[in-house]
Design a protein around this ligand. Structure first.
Ligand SMILES: *Cc1c(COP(=O)(O)O)cnc(C)c1O
Length: 326
């Protein structure tokens, strides 16, 4: 269906299930969840679907090394390191910040997967990638750059496929799909995939870290158009087709506030499902906020797309064990 090189990395399909206890607790629309925290590779997450196409392209081009960038607790970097390991590729990660005293969460896993880490200070979004690629080429390596967040028209194909997978799993449409949105590949891919199916769903991205929300919607629309072009969909996407909620940015990227913590605790205590403090906790806080604001009808069917990130939980142990009313 998607005509592009692909390296199988994920255990698919990921499960879809109802969230009856959370639905009852919130007195809201019928809630469902799609478990992309269970994509299987190196503790899972949404980057694995993108990496199937990115690593597919890297191998097709004869690359022997993956290079990518992210924050110290980047889920994307951790999944890239695991994808490189299972594919017999070397992995170089350019991480923001400096080497921490205690190694935890995703960073610990990066090291277990054998990734080579370079600390880049303020540059957590790949500013040093070009320079690092030259360095590797000088050493005779054949590097393939995995873009920040795996979000380009190749990586987004993973979420085009994910929508087709979902359509096979459900018999009644969802009125809304809610998910964390940050580098845009997930949202762009979902938009393109949804345009190919009967799924007349409102795709609502909860903006996690972009303060310039209008620009970010432009970027997502542009990426969706380029992704559509790659599969000859014959249609472009406008900014007006991108639904992004920027009212749940909280205290900024990576800072867990009361809303994220409440969302994580409610989901854990009522459904036995773990969310992460950076992405899915914030996205669920957005969904809860929308329910409380009366934005849904009682018979709406709302699917929360779990995008992973749970290894970062352990890096927040201290904040998560403080009394929550402080
Ligand atoms: C990267 C990431 C996202 C955001 O996905 P994008 O495709 O970058 O928008 C959401 N949730 C988790 C857990 C992530 O790691």
């Amino acid at each position: 269906m998607i005509n592009a090189p692909r390296r199988s990395l994920a255990s698919l399909p990921t499960p879809v299930s109802a969230l009856p206890r959370l639905t009852e607790l919130l007195g809201g629309p019928q809630l469902f969840i799609k478990r992309d925290d269970q994509t299987g590779l190196g503790l899972g997450g949404n980057k694995t679907r993108k990496l199937e196409f990115l690593v597919g392209e890297a191998l097709a081009q004869g690359a022997d090394t993956l290079v990518t960038a992210g924050a110290a607790q980047s889920n994307h970097c951790r999944q890239t390191a695991a994808a490189a390991a299972v594919s017999g590729l070397e992995c170089h990660l350019l991480l923001g910040g400096s080497a921490p005293e205690s190694v935890q969460g995703n960073l610990l896993l990066d090291q277990l997967f054998g990734a080579q880490i370079r600390w880049c200070g303020q540059h957590r979004k790949g500013e040093d990638l070009a320079e690092h690629v030259r360095l590797l080429e000088d050493r005779g390596r054949r590097p393939y750059v995995v873009p920040y967040g795996g979000s380009n028209a190749v990586g987004a194909l993973g979420y085009v496929g994910a929508i087709h997978e979902l359509v096979q799993q459900i018999t009644e449409p969802m009125t809304h799909i809610i998910f964390a949105s940050s580098s845009g590949g997930t949202q762009a891919g979902l938009m393109v995939g949804a345009a190919q199916t009967w799924l007349k769903t409102r795709l609502v991205g909860i903006n996690i870290d972009k303060t310039g929300a209008a620009d970010y919607a432009d970027e997502v629309a542009d990426l969706a158009s380029r992704t559509a072009d790659r599969i000859h969909l014959g249609r472009a996407f406008g900014t007006d087709e991108v639904t992004l909620r920027s009212d749940y940015l909280g205290e900024g990227y990576g800072i867990m506030g009361a809303a994220e913590r409440e969302a994580m605790e409610l989901t854990a205590r009522h459904e036995g499902i773990l969310l992460d403090p950076v992405y899915t906790g914030r996205a669920m806080a957005g969904l809860i906020g929308m329910i409380r604001a009366g934005e849904f009808a009682p018979d709406d069917r709302v699917l929360f797309w779990h995008t992973g990130g749970t290894p970062a939980l352990f890096a927040y142990a201290e904040q998560l064990t403080k009394p929550s009313n402080q």
